[in-house]
Design a protein around this ligand. Sequence first.
Ligand code: UTP
Length: 287
Amino acid sequence: MKLRKVVFPVAGHGSRFLPATKATPKEMLTVVDKPLIQYAVEEALEAGFTDLIFITGKTKRTITDHFDLSLETTPNMSEQKKALFDRTNRIIPSHASCIYLRQGEPLGLGHAILQAKPVIGDEPFAVVLADDLIESKKGVLKQMVDSYDDENASLISVQRVSKEDAQQYGMISTNDNDGNLMKLSNIIEKPKPEDAPSDLGVVGRYIFSNKILAFLEKTKPGAGNEIQLTDAIKVMLNDLPVFAYQFEGTRYDCGDKLGFIKANIEYALKNEKFGNELKEYLKRRLA
Ligand code: UTP
C-alpha cells in the first residue's frame, strides 16, 4: 500500500525552550529563515506524502497560518517582490492537503499520535517530529520509504549516541549488529547510561503499521506521567516486526537550545548569500 499519510505532532509544551515558546510554537522557531515545521513538511513532500496531518494545541495557531496562501501582492509591488510572495505562498502543492486536529491537553507524544486515529483509517502512516532537524542529501523520510516494503512492519529511525546521552533518547537493542535495517528486540525510554541496551537512540522519524494505534489506546501514562510512544512500541514488538533504520544524515536536536544554535550555525555557514562572510566573521571572533 502506498504511504500517503504523515502525522506531525506539534502540541507539546516546548518547555526546554522557554521563554521563547511561551506564546510561540517551538516548531515555528527558524533555522536561518525557515521554521522547523516547514523543513519537516518539505521532507515529507519529498518522500511522496500527500496527507499532512498536524496535531496542534494551545498557542500553536501560527503553524496553521504558516501553510495558508496568506501573502497578498499589490499592483505597485516590484516583480521581484511578487515572485518572492508567490514562492513563499506555495509551500503545499495542490496535490497535497493539510489536516489539522487538536490535542486538547499535551498528555504525551503517544497521546498526540492517537488523536490522528479518525484520519488514519487502516493505512500505514509516518510520524515526523519537527524539532529533530536532519540535514541529508536524500531526506530521511524518503530513505525510509525506499526501505519499507511490509505494511505489517514498522520502521524507526535511529542514530548512534554516547552512553552519557542515553537519558535523552528512547534507546533500543537489535538482533543484528550491522546494516542500516536491524530488527528491534527491545526499546526503553530515557534509560540511565548503565541501563542503556546499546548505543542506538531513536530519532523523530517513524513509519508505523496502523496497528500501533490499538497499542497506544491501551498504553497507560509512563515516564513523566505522559502516554509514551516508546511504551506502545515495546508492547507491539511482541506481536509485530519493528525495524530500526540507521539513516544517513546529521541530526540537530532543535528542541534543545544548544542543538538549535548548532543547527543555525551549520545552515548559515552553508548559506549561498552570506555563508562565506559568516565564516570570516567567526574566524576573526574566535581568533
Ligand atoms: P518533546 O518531548 O520533544 O516536546 O516531544 P515537548 O514536550 O514540547 O518539549 P519539552 O520537553 O517540554 O521541551 C516531541 C514532539 O512531540 C510533540 C511536541 O510538540 C514535539 O514536536 N508533542 C509532545 C505533542 O504533540 N504532544 C505532547 O503531548 C507531547
